[in-house]
Design a protein around this ligand. Structure first.
Ligand SMILES: [Mn+2]
Length: 385
């Protein structure tokens, strides 16, 4: 698996530009992607802490944040799963941990498009929030960083967590976050590093750095410097929160063990379909932190245990949509989605990273879900020929 995690340091110019634009805004909406994960909420809360300190009015807009670290949030947070989007037009928006419309709903896209100014900090490759997005794709030296043009949309795809990029930004601004924000960033970073197989922790509470991490100077430095700023007990609390597989109920264990048995194949894609309306799934509480960890763990294990597979996906219902989550060991996720778009479903809403991603259809109607799944499976069979 070709994964790196670098999070280039911010050039002073770029950091000062963000500082000036965001701190002087009338109001900043910090917006996270749908089904907001630890990395997105951590990045958003760190920026919110910074803006608050500078007396800039701000709010976080997220979606289904209830399972994330330190929730319910004190302070200004709006969850679109339970509250309406604000009626008035936004002044300044900061899109955090996403730069693609495929990761947010139509009403959030419309809201963002009404903003006077749009800014973005992200580490995904498939940006389309504005035209002319130019991501940083590799590790850069100091001179190269200083030579970069200043941009509203800052994307460093060499970073495997947005929390790492935000840490770099705060570092460049000389800000010293309090323990609760450092803990939050640690949570976001570790969760994304784990999703990207840079770290694992199965039996012990201590995260284990995998080869990919040890080879990478920036990764190790960034991770270690954050680790060092926290007391052991503060880190343990975060790891306990993330290590949900250690605390499963018998029903959840049964579901976890059933996934490898239910796996089918389309070309080099291994997949499990959890149909819309599935009773066992509903009894487990549907899509939540635990089921999502079980499925993520299944995808990574299935890739490791089945050398003939390139990708492993799970199709499953969420509250108001039907989704796919997928991992690939040969970085084919975006290419596969593109192939399906070109040949079977031009309206496919899907994206993410080369090695992991997801998509959805805005329906729970069994016929629609089935058709959508079949288009992806037909695409996979042809794609892998
Ligand atoms: Mn992320």
């Amino acid at each position: 698996m070709n994964v790196n995690f670098q999070a280039n340091p911010f050039s002073k110019k770029q950091a000062q530009f963000f500082n000036q634009k965001l701190v002087n805004a009338n109001y900043v909406d910090i917006i996270c992607h749908n089904l907001t994960d630890e990395d997105a909420v951590a990045s958003a809360k760190a920026i919110q802490w910074y803006l608050k300190k500078q007396h800039t009015p701000q709010r976080i807009i997220l979606n289904h944040g209830e399972d994330t670290w330190d929730y319910p949030h004190k302070g200004r947070v709006l969850d679109t799963a339970v509250s309406e989007l604000p009626k008035d037009k936004p002044d300044t928006v900061l899109c955090i941990d996403f730069s693609s419309t495929s990761r947010i709903s139509k009403n959030v896209i419309d809201y963002i498009n009404q903003a006077k100014k749009i800014f973005c900090i992200d580490h995904h490759t498939d940006g389309d929030i504005v035209p002319d997005i130019h991501p940083i794709t590799r590790s850069l030296g100091e001179k190269e960083l200083d030579a970069l043009p200043i941009t509203n949309i800052y994307i460093d795809t060499s970073a495997k967590s947005c929390s790492g990029i935000v840490m770099r930004l705060l570092e460049a601004l000389g800000a010293a976050p309090p323990t609760r924000i450092l803990q939050q960033l640690f949570c976001g970073m570790v969760d994304d590093l784990r999703k990207n197989s840079c770290i694992k922790f199965d039996e012990t509470l201590e995260p284990v750095k995998l080869d990919i991490m040890n080879k990478d100077r920036y990764t190790s430095n960034l991770y270690s410097s954050l680790e060092k700023k926290l007391l052991q007990k503060d880190r343990d609390a975060v790891i306990k929160h993330l290590n949900v597989l250690a605390n499963l109920t018998p029903e959840e264990i049964k579901f976890k063990e059933s996934l490898p048995i239910r796996m089918e194949k389309a070309g080099k894609l291994g997949y499990v379909v959890i149909p819309s309306g599935d009773k066992e799934w509903a009894n487990l509480g549907g899509d939540n932190k635990k089921t999502s960890a079980i499925m993520g763990n299944f995808r990574l294990n299935a890739l490791e245990n089945n050398p003939e597979l390139d990708s492993v996906a799970v199709f499953y219902p969420v509250k108001d949509a039907y989704r796919i989550s997928i991992h690939s060991k040969d970085n084919n996720v975006l290419k596969l989605f593109d192939y399906v778009k070109e040949n079977f479903n031009p309206d496919l809403q899907a994206g993410g990273h080369e090695n992991r991603g997801g998509g959805y259809v805005q329906s729970l109607e069994p016929d629609i879900c089935e058709k959508w799944v079949n288009e992806i499976l037909k695409g996979a069979e042809e794609f892998y020929k």
